[in-house]
Write a protein that binds this ligand. Sequence first.
Ligand code: ADP
Ligand code: MN
Length: 515
Amino acid sequence: MDPVEVAAVPDAGPGPAWQSKCPWGAPNTAAMSCSLADVMSEQLAKELQLEEENAAFPEVADVAEGPFITGENTDTSSDLMLAQMLQMEFDREYDAQLRREEKKINGDSKVSISFENYRKVHPYDSDSSEDEVDWQDTRHDPYRADKPTTTPRKGFIGKGKDITTKHDEVVCGRKNTARMENFAPEFQVGDGIGMDLKLSNQVFNALKQHAYSEERRSARLHEKKEHSTAEKAVDPKTRLLLYKMVNGGMLETITGCISTGKESVVFHAYGGRSTAEDKVMPAECAIKVFKTTLNEFKNRDKYIKDDYRFKDRFSKLNPRKIIRMWAEKEMHNLTRMQNAGIPCPQVVILKKHILVMSFIGQDQVPAPKLKDVTLSSEDMKKAYYQILHMMQQLYKECNLVHADLSEYNMLWHDGKVWLIDVSQSVEPTHPHGLEFLFRDCKNVSQFFQKAGVAETLNERELFNAVSGLQITADNEVDFQAEIEALEKMNEDHVQNHGKKLSMFSSDGDPPIYDE
Ligand code: ADP
Ligand code: MN
């Protein structure tokens, strides 16, 4: 029997008429007419119960606070996700059992048999049906079914009072299944006990949260509660991807949201086990989730559309892939910077529109942005020279212009400046590359002038120092005009000769997507 079908399909099994209606679709009107006091006391009772249960499962409570399985804003579309989570968990356990049996049968025998073919591989895991062929899929996939996570050899997970032994897993699993019975009656849980389904704490908790949030949904319908943008940005698909990262052991826990921007949401996570032998997970990670709502990206078209590295691909792509390309771009740009020795986050993994990188900061506290930090005049001067050097390295060694450089995208950590947010960075020969560089220079010069660094070059001097060009105009309008003339000359050259002038590109790296 397929446990997921039983557990997650709302209409499973016969029941009274009210039960056969979709409980998530039809809000319970009776609850809405409740008095405030009733709602409050009911809520209090629920909260107390939740608290009690959380105390019984301290380890899970932490996980449940993660952004992707927080019940608060779960909508009905996450049923699928829950079903998939449940299925994944089931498959993992099934495969582990299979492996144990395989080992038992084979023993020390020289001839061994394999149960490989009986492993659970589910359509979701090979998302080939989707329109997505990203570079990552062609490489080692840490989520493949043949590399399931098992209880570590030491036989327990966690430390201190959060310790969970192998033995507990089974007992808790059964207990969890039994506890599902306590969910609200309209939350169909299926006959988990009958088939001895062992729910792990994580899955149980996700389901529990979901059940409670469904229950409260009707009461919330008319509440003008401010929904967190973070939650909205993390759609069920993203949550599933994040869940896979945790479930696969790559991440230990996702602790919370660091930043919610127009185009991305950034989470903090503790690193788990390494994804491959040669890769060590950073102790703390930042997860940048590029928003999959397209509107935000419209005004960024010009960065990527004209970037010849992506040009050919751009026209053929659907919007979802374009968003993934932002993540991909950030990854490639960060890698170039890393190679040049510029302080920046280290790329860990790219999964579709989710980029995992090392965390700049400590103990969940992100390093402050340069705009927020108070530096001694000595440190400020040091920061300025460091940035000047980094801009030159970026241009000459990485063949990149940051294109959104300002005190908002520079972090102060470990006594130096770290560059972040490079998804929009372009090569200098981008049709607007020099304009972007000039804008970066203006931001940097203005910031350090205001900060009182006497040595600060003005934006035109800085531009020349970074690019190595010698534009002589002594006012902004003329300077800008010369920049645009240069860009145009280069574009014309591309039109006529099919290639760029090397005039302001470095003689360094070959571009990644050069045709
Ligand atoms: P956005 O496009 O939303 O500006 P950013 O890459 O600038 O995206 O990230 C937003 C914020 O998240 C940053 O200002 C910074 O505070 C935090 N952040 C991003 N990446 C990291 C990281 N690797 N380590 C620590 N904090 C980070
Ligand atoms: Mn930013």
